[in-house]
Design a protein around this ligand. Structure first.
Ligand SMILES: Nc1ncnc2c1ncn2[C@@H]1O[C@H](COP(=O)(O)OP(=O)(O)OP(=O)(O)O)[C@@H](O)[C@H]1O
Ligand SMILES: [Mg+2]
Length: 261
């Protein structure tokens, strides 16, 4: 689908990061437009996760800038990134396995104000009200993702594909502008991958959330992304529509292992 003249939401400008002698990212520049699904691909070690970690503020770039709505997020600590409108899921499911689906989703809402420690500690009326609001918000997202039937179930009793959906619900309760997905198809079977693709599109289409999708599963990326950025050896190799990237000679060479730039 085309994005037309959509405004840019996030810009990655000349981002570089090194770990000792390893240059993990080098001069990476691209934009993510509002309501876009942007795929980020590249062979192993290309720097995808490193870039993802810079965006979610776990890593501090050595140079360059990352802006959301024109404002740099480089001074924002990782725990406060939700206030900038960014939410993420993890490569390995990071849910509380012994808690219910509903409780896991509500935990995602706790990182978002307004709340006060005093109100929590003394169980003031505002605290009970906040709890009820949170439960209602969680139920909305749970319904949106088709999880209502399992909302009381313990997460460890659910199939992996459903757990991934719970993680999405937990990220969405903060009503992010930008959702960062780190290899969401990992560990899923064929049907689950295609169901996930539909869920991701649904999130974009119905909630207006912009999505950055880091993924090795080319079928998924190429079927749902509006644009794709390809990295190799920490540099941007190509950027364009999925059909352009799939036939781009440098991308093909990088995946075949012949590119030693
Ligand atoms: N914390 C770190 N300390 C040292 N080196 C790191 C660190 N994080 C990443 N690197 C290095 O940065 C490079 C890019 O790694 P990254 O994990 O970002 O690749 P990737 O594209 O996500 O690969 P994969 O597809 O295998 O997940 C690699 O050479 C990696 O060893
Ligand atoms: Mg990675």
């Amino acid at each position: 689908m085309t994005v037309g003249a959509a405004r840019q939401l996030l810009s990655v400008e000349d981002v570089g990061i090194r770990f000792g002698g390893v240059v993990a990212l080098d001069g990476v520049t691209f934009d993510i437009r509002e309501r876009e699904i942007l795929g980020l691909i590249g062979p192993n070690g290309a720097g995808k996760t490193t870039l993802f970690n810079c965006l979610s503020r776990l890593y501090q770039p050595t140079n360059g800038d990352i802006r959301i709505g024109g404002r740099s997020i480089l001074k924002c600590p990782a725990h406060a990134i939700v206030h900038e409108g960014i939410a993420r899921t993890f490569q390995n499911v990071a849910l509380f396995q012994k808690l219910s689906v509903l409780d896991n989703v509500k935990i995602g809402g706790h990182s978002r104000g307004p709340r006060s420690v005093t109100a929590d500690v003394f169980a003031l009326p505002s605290c009970g009200r906040r709890e009820r609001e949170l439960t209602a918000q969680a139920r909305d997202v749970i319904e949106f993702l088709g999880l209502t039937e399992v909302e009381k179930k313990t997460v460890s009793d659910l199939p992996f594909g459903t757990q991934k959906r719970v993680e999405l619900a937990r990220a969405l309760i903060s009503r992010p502008k930008l959702l960062l997905l780190d290899e969401p198809a990992g560990g899923l079977n064929h049907e689950e991958v295609y169901a996930l693709g539909d869920v991701i599109k649904h999130i974009r289409d119905r909630m207006g959330v912009t999505i950055l999708l880091v993924e090795h599963h080319m079928g998924l990326v190429m079927s749902i992304a509006d644009r794709v950025v390809a990295l190799n050896f920490g540099r941007k190799l190509a950027e364009g529509a999925p059909s352009e990237i799939q036939t781009h000679p440098d991308v093909i060479r990088a995946y075949l292992g012949g590119d030693k730039k």
